[in-house]
Design a protein around this ligand. Structure first.
Ligand code: GSH
Length: 213
């Protein structure tokens, strides 16, 4: 049987969260690192919208990161049964908030020059407002819901990492949301992040097969 093919880009937060789910589920894939300014024909043929991650299975193409995560969770029952019904509802609400509102302001903070007439600090303060709301919901243990890693952690932490990178000193020293800062740092020091942030040469037609994880 052919391995699933995963088109990925190391620093893309969407691809990162998909790789984390695949790593946790330990599903072997052929990983193809792409450059966003030079997307392979084969990827665009499978998914013309041209975003990563793209996961190609025998019978279906999954080109939305949350769907890749759900596929991996369901296939291997990772995170099985450790959440209440209201935690599941909260998970969906928070992921939605990050994918839409937070990401909107994050892009205009981190990549302000790509947008016209945008004040990056205004967008940073909008992001901070969201973080303050979310902060009240985070446990004081290692992960969002306590001691166990869950879908919510792998889904939102890549965006928090990106937010920090926009101004590391401000995030670490001046943001002043200690629980959130601790939550992000725990992730930055994790083996899971190390395992998914591997350097892989750009894939071209005919490249050697690289297996992940
Ligand atoms: N909703 C998509 C978004 C994926 C996405 O936007 N990925 C970015 C990279 S971080 C991308 O591929 N952008 C296309 C481009 O820059 O050409 C998902 O969750 O998979």
């Amino acid at each position: 049987m052919n391995l699933p093919i995963l088109y990925s880009f190391k620093r893309c937060p969407y691809a990162m969260r998909a790789r984390m789910a695949i790593k946790l589920a330990d599903i072997k894939c052929e990983i193809r690192e792409v450059k966003l300014n030079n997307k392979p024909e084969a990827m665009l043929k499978a998914s013309p919208k041209g975003t990563v991650p793209v996961l190609i299975l025998e019978d279906v193409v999954i080109d939305e990161s949350m769907q890749v995560i759900d596929w991996a969770i369901n296939k291997k029952n990772i995170f099985e049964g450790n959440l209440t019904e209201s935690d599941v509802i909260l998970t969906n609400e928070i992921i939605d908030k990050f994918d839409n509102k937070f990401k909107y302001h994050l892009d205009r903070y981190k990549y302000a020059t790509r947008y016209e007439n945008q004040d990056p600090l205004l967008h940073r303060s909008e992001c901070k407002k969201i973080l303050l709301q979310v902060n009240d919901l985070i446990s004081d243990k290692d992960y969002f819901f306590g001691k166990e890693l869950n879908k919510i952690d792998i889904s939102i932490l890549p965006f928090l990492r990106q937010f920090r990178i926009a101004d590391i000193k401000w995030f670490d020293e001046d943001m002043n949301i200690p629980k959130m800062q601790k939550y992000v740092h725990k992730f930055l020091e994790s083996k899971l992040l190390e395992d998914v942030m591997i350097n892989i040469e750009e894939w071209k037609e005919g490249s050697d097969i690289k297996i992940f994880p």
